[in-house]
Design a binder for this molecule. Structure first.
Ligand code: NAD
Length: 258
């Protein structure tokens, strides 16, 4: 592997939902910068393929983030394979969307279970090993939908607001242990999740966003890599929007009525 830099040379991270989409881009970013990664997902074939393409510094493990027993096994596996666990990227997520009035309770619960309870499970499972190692970095993937009221996302948006708040709570609790906890808030990004709802890359495809376009996963990965690295040793409890300006405010087109 031809390393772009050694920013993550001594780091080992679990990336949930790393089989495809944003998680796969995070896994690539970590290995490209000299780190090691354990991709944890429920899509076993895709996860195995993504890890194999990354070479000796990547592994795949089956993990349903809603199951605490899977977490115990994944953390144990990571330490057995790479000797330590310094990072966790809680990225796995699912989305449903319709008017709140019509959102079935089971959909609402299912989204919270993966997107919020899954993050809680991950945090709980890594605290002991990270504390024992003298510190670590937890990066929780929230969303722009966790910073504003995005219609048709009752369960999804609530889960992402929850992840944003949980990140700050745990950052405060774990500061003394040198375990940093931050949230990253992607805007509309082209992945299998958004392709399913007809979102595509290209200028003008995101008119509600100042930059006027959908992002690609590689554009989100830099923020995650930074937070995992020793460049961010004083950064905890922070939220980083990587969203083309979506949450900064209404577009000029809206303000000027054009
Ligand atoms: N794509 C976007 O525009 C966007 C914007 C903001 C936030 N996000 C967030 O980024 C994260 C990744 O999204 P994506 O767009 O890459 O989606 P994706 O659907 O392409 O990938 C999500 C991954 O999570 C995995 N996953 C789902 N449920 C799981 C479970 N119970 N246990 C383990 N893995 C599970 C899936 O198998 C898949 O590999 C999600 O949390 C999503 O909410 C995405």
């Amino acid at each position: 592997m031809n390393h772009l830099s050694n920013q993550l040379a001594d780091k080992t991270a679990i990336v949930t939902g790393g089989a495809r989409g944003l998680g796969a881009a995070f896994a690539h970013h970590i290995v490209d910068r000299g780190g090691s990664v354990v991709i944890a997902d429920v899509l076993d074939d895709e996860g195995e393929r993504t890890a194999a393409a990354l070479g000796e510094h990547a592994r795949y493990v089956h993990l349903d983030v809603t199951d605490p027993a899977h977490w115990t096994a994944a953390v144990k596996y990571t330490i057995a394979e790479f000797g330590a666990l310094t990072g966790l990227v809680n990225n796995a997520g699912i989305a449903t969307g319709q008017f709140t009035e019509h959102e079935p309770l089971e959909h609402f619960r299912a989204v919270l279970d993966v997107n919020l309870v899954g993050v809680f499970n991950g945090i709980q499972s890594v605290i002991g090993p990270m504390r024992a190692a003298g510190g670590g970095s937890i990066v929780n993937i929230s969303s722009a939908a966790g910073m504003l009221g995005l219609a048709l996302t009752a369960g999804y948006g609530a889960s992402k607001w929850g992840v944003r708040g949980l990140s700050k709570i745990v950052a405060v609790e774990l500061g003394p242990d040198r375990i940093r906890v931050n949230s990253v808030h992607p805007g509309m990004t082209y992945t299998p999740m958004t392709a399913q709802v007809g979102i595509h890359v290209g200028e003008g495809n995101c008119p509600n966003t100042p930059m006027g376009r959908v992002g690609v996963p590689e554009e989100i990965a830099g923020a995650v890599g930074y937070l995992l690295s020793d460049d961010a040793t004083y950064v905890t409890g922070a939220e980083i929007a990587v969203d083309g300006g979506w949450t900064a405010g209404p577009t000029l087109k809206y303000v000027m009525g054009q």
